[in-house]
Design a protein around this ligand. Structure first.
Ligand code: DP6
Length: 335
């Protein structure tokens, strides 16, 4: 990471931490944060160093599906994920260390980090969002910073953009903000409970993706002839999803979320070279959901930067849907 980027990131963390930086660690700490699925997607950055988005986005957190993280001071950084010790040179470990650089009291200080995902990483639910949110909560406990969720959201965003939405349960909107250093770019919870809502994870392919979401996003912004249309799509979809959430209107929510995901993928597919995340199985699965819906089943899909589908439905359809799709793993965002 170049020095100028690192300086800006550290300054952004300083703006949140202020003189808390001099506080000593308390021993060790542990925290949990939920994974989240975007109903209106974050796709494209206006500032890659600070993970500042081009547009807003809106997600639902996945209840008790997420990441539990323990942290303690150590001589050097180490990362254990689901009991496996990760090679410090591997991308996941480097990303965590680069994030810890933002809060490290001195360059000599290290941290031992252990994370456990309650949804298998291979289940196609992003672990970076819950991972960085849980890491920020664990650091807050370790140092006793006592940051509020909004402050933690700003910090988590520096680890992974979508992590800024994982500091709350339920529906969360990421307010893109206008500040050049990102002080106002953070999650904001929406005060609506929807106990019947379900998110189904349908894993079609658990191989690592060919194009990481970070790279796919960059390529789309820089080269896709369709990207200029994206901000207007999001602006419209955000208005409609807010209304669908407020009215707990499943059909409206499903329709917008599905359309938004397809529009996101359209921009990515048109990038040069293409960021095509779909497998033949993904396309067949989308057709299957469309057919089920035509047959009267209220179910919609969304896809992130990968080949797997996430289904949007209500508890009343759960049994029938699992009969149709035995591999479906159903998650209850509101417990
Ligand atoms: C398709 O948050 O993983 O899941 O900010 O580069 O870490 P970075 O990207 P990340 O991107 C998530 C993209 C998405 C849509 C979404 O979650 O909104």
């Amino acid at each position: 990471m170049n020095a100028d980027i690192q300086r800006r990131r550290r300054a952004a963390a300083d703006a949140v931490l202020g003189d808390r930086r001099s506080m000593p660690p308390r021993g060790d700490a542990e925290a949990f944060a939920p994974a989240n699925i975007a109903l209106v997607k974050y796709w494209g950055k206006r500032d890659a160093a600070l993970n500042l988005p081009v547009t807003g986005s809106l997600s639902v957190s996945l209840g008790d599906a997420g990441t539990r993280t323990a942290i303690r001071p150590a001589d050097r950084d180490s990362l254990r994920m689901n009991v496996n010790l990760i090679d410090p040179a591997a991308p996941a470990a480097r990303r965590v260390s680069e994030f810890l650089d933002l809060v490290r009291p001195s360059s000599a200080a290290g941290f031992a980090v252990e994370t456990v995902n309650s949804v298998p990483t291979a289940a196609g639910v992003a672990s970076s969002a819950s991972g960085f949110a849980a890491l920020v909560r664990a650091l807050d406990g370790l140092y006793g910073w006592d940051l509020n969720p909004a402050e933690m959201s700003v910090l988590a965003r520096l680890g992974s953009g979508s992590a800024c939405r994982s500091l709350w349960d339920g529906f969360v909107e990421w307010i893109p903000g206008t500040d050049s250093e990102g002080a106002d770019s953070r999650g904001a919870p929406i005060d609506v409970r929807w106990p019947e809502l379900r998110i189904g994870v349908w894993v079609l392919d658990d191989a690592p993706k060919a194009v990481a979401s970070r790279e796919g996003m960059r390529r789309t912004v820089e080269t896709s002839p369709l990207y200029p249309a994206w901000p207007a799509v999001v602006a419209r979809d955000l208005i409609e999803v807010r209304q669908a959430v407020a009215g707990r209107d499943l059909e409206r929510l499903g329709r917008v979320a599905e359309g938004n995901a397809l529009a996101m993928h359209a921009t990515a597919i048109a990038a040069r070279p293409s960021a095509l995340y779909w497998r033949p199985e993904s396309v067949a699965a989308m057709a299957r959901i469309t057919a089920l819906r035509a047959g009267g089943m209220p179910v919609w899909f969304t896809l992130d930067a990968g080949p797997n589908l996430k289904l949007i439905f209500e508890a009343a359809s759960g049994a029938a849907l699992t009969r149709e799709i035995p591999a479906l793993r159903s998650l209850a965002p509101f417990g």
